[in-house]
Design a protein around this ligand. Sequence first.
Ligand SMILES: [Zn+2]
Length: 141
Amino acid sequence: MDNVKDINITTAEWRIMRVIWTLGTATSRELTDILGESMGWKSATIKTLLRRLLDKDAIKFEKEGNKFIYSAKLQETDTIELTTKQFFDQLCARKIGTAITSLIDESELTQDDIDSIKEALDKKSPVAEIKCNCLPDGCDC
Ligand SMILES: [Zn+2]
C-alpha cells in the first residue's frame, strides 16, 4: 500500500482486520460468528465496519454465489507503521521520548528486540530542541 500512513482505522475496525488476517479470507457470516460471540456485535455492526474498511481500501471482496468473501488489502506488517503513527499523533511532539521509554519499560522484549532498539538509538542523531505541537491554549508542556 502506498498511502498506508493516511489510513485511519478505528479500534473496532482493527478487530475485523485481525480476524481477516488470521483466517486469510472471511465471509460476513464467519465474522459475525466470531465477533458476535467475542464482542457481542450484531451482524449490522459488522456490515457497517466492513463497509468502512472497504471505503478505506483496507479490505476487498469477491462475490461467490450469494456470498461475499472478504480479504485484506492492508497487510499486517503495514500496521506496525500505521498504529505507531496513530499512537504518536495523539501526543505532543515533546512527550514522544517519554512515551517511547514507557513503551520499552512495559513491553516484553527478546534479546534480538533489545539489540535492534539499541542499534536504532546508536544511529539516532539528537535534535537540540523539540517544538510543542499542541493546540494553542491546550498545552502545559
Ligand atoms: Zn505540547
